[in-house]
Design a protein around this ligand. Structure first.
Ligand code: ACO
Length: 356
């Protein structure tokens, strides 16, 4: 008898409401469209209007995934949300999504594994299904990064295309301190419906996940932590310590090394070979990182998917968005072997393997 395991029944995504091309970022800090495109591949991103929360984007993506799966919201028996940018410090986003969906008091869980949120969350969903804890899980990766960005109200009006009035030199200098980071991120949510199946030919096959906290300072937010008393202070705001600190080169090096390793590891665990993989969907952190992973794994262009050009890095949302695009365009077909991989703050990293 084949053991019940999990498979993806549907997917969907939404972005922030406002499309922001690179040119708008050049109006508020010292950067150029060429620098952003050449170093990261990014041409545009979407930001939410102020007032939209991560739970709102998560809800939009959830509705789309449920419709795609043909599931009623009332059938969902567990909600898992991966996010590093919740609406509030606490509670997390999952219970807000449960309430907004208007469904019964199903359990809901937040996980915070940043850019590895999708691969980690998928393992949680798969384990819940295999253990009989749940049968129909709504799993969402959602982020609003614009809240990290230290722009003034006028700076935001310029970014969002509501004003062409230049920012002051003082503001431009301040914004430029964070330019290596602010140009990379976008706001979006992607959702999938993970359900039980006993079809031996389809479903989630395995995982290779890891973490190493010794270099956490390569990518972290210094303020708003309970190591400080109070956990948030005027000094932190004045010094811009609410903006993530990122040692880009170290993150880059880790990503191009650890993601290919994890793909090899999960393939070995599942007794499959790289040649068997039809498509790799990597976390979209930087097009150069994806190209590095592609090179390490010696994959042709048709066996890796990238869309960072259009959305920027949306952390836990990048993989479900890319998966949804691949499904809808026919790039992922039934029977295909699909690998997912990611690396992010923590550091956490890993890969997952699935037969569509
Ligand atoms: N525009 C123009 N110039 C810039 C910008 C910008 N936006 N940002 C940095 N520069 C300058 C730097 O000041 C530096 O100038 P200098 O040579 O005069 O000192 C020069 O460009 C090179 O800077 P580097 O940081 O060395 O540039 P690098 O080629 O490493 O690219 C980047 C930077 C794009 C950030 C890259 O390191 C990267 O993508 N790293 C990984 C990022 C990532 O994946 N983050 C993880 C996800 S986040 C998460 O998990 C939550």
């Amino acid at each position: 008898m084949v053991q019940a395991h999990s498979r993806i029944y549907g997917s969907g995504f939404v972005t922030g409401e406002v499309l922001v091309p690179n040119e708008r970022m050049t109006m508020i800090c010292d950067t150029t469209s060429e620098w952003i495109r050449e170093r990261s591949g990014i041409e545009q991103r979407y930001f939410v209007n102020e007032g939209t929360g991560t739970s709102d984007l998560a809800l939009g993506a959830a509705h789309k995934a449920l419709a795609n799966a043909g599931w009623q919201a009332s059938e969902v028996d567990y909600i898992v949300v991966a996010t590093m940018t919740p609406d509030y410090y606490f509670p997390g986003v999952a219970s807000l999504v449960q309430a907004k969906l208007g469904i019964g008091n199903v359990p809901s869980l937040d996980i915070r594994q940043q850019c590895s949120g999708f691969v980690y969350g998928l393992q949680v969903c798969d384990a819940f299904i295999r253990a009989g804890v749940a049968k129909k899980i709504l799993f969402i990766g959602a982020e609003i990064h614009s809240g990290f960005m230290p722009f003034s109200k006028h700076g935001w009006d310029v970014v969002m295309g509501r004003s062409n009035e230049p920012v002051t030199q003082e503001e431009r200098d301040w914004n430029s301190k964070f330019r290596h980071l602010t140009v990379l991120f976008g706001d979006a949510a992607g959702a999938i419906c993970v359900g039980t199946t006993d079809d031996p030919k389809r479903g989630i096959l395995g995982f290779a996940l890891h973490s190493d906290g010794k270099d956490f300072e390569s990518l972290y937010v210094p303020s708003a932590g309970f190591k400080y008393r109070p956990y948030y202070s005027e000094e932190h705001i004045r010094e811009g310590r609410f903006v993530p600190v990122m040692e880009g080169r170290n993150v880059f090096k880790m990503a191009v090394t650890k993601m290919p390793e994890a793909v090899h590891e999960v393939l070995a665990k599942c007794e499959l070979k790289l040649d068997d993989v039809n498509l790799l969907i990597p976390h979209q952190a930087n097009l150069r990182i994806s190209e590095g992973v592609q090179k390490q794994l010696k994959l042709g262009d048709d066996r890796i998917y990238n869309n960072i050009q259009r959305y920027g890095n949306t952390t836990a949302a990048t993989i479900p968005i890319a998966y949804d695009e691949c499904k809808k365009s026919g790039k992922v077909k039934q029977g295909d072997l699909v690998a997912f991989c990611g690396l992010g703050a923590g550091f956490h990293w890993g890969a997952a393997l699935m037969r569509e």
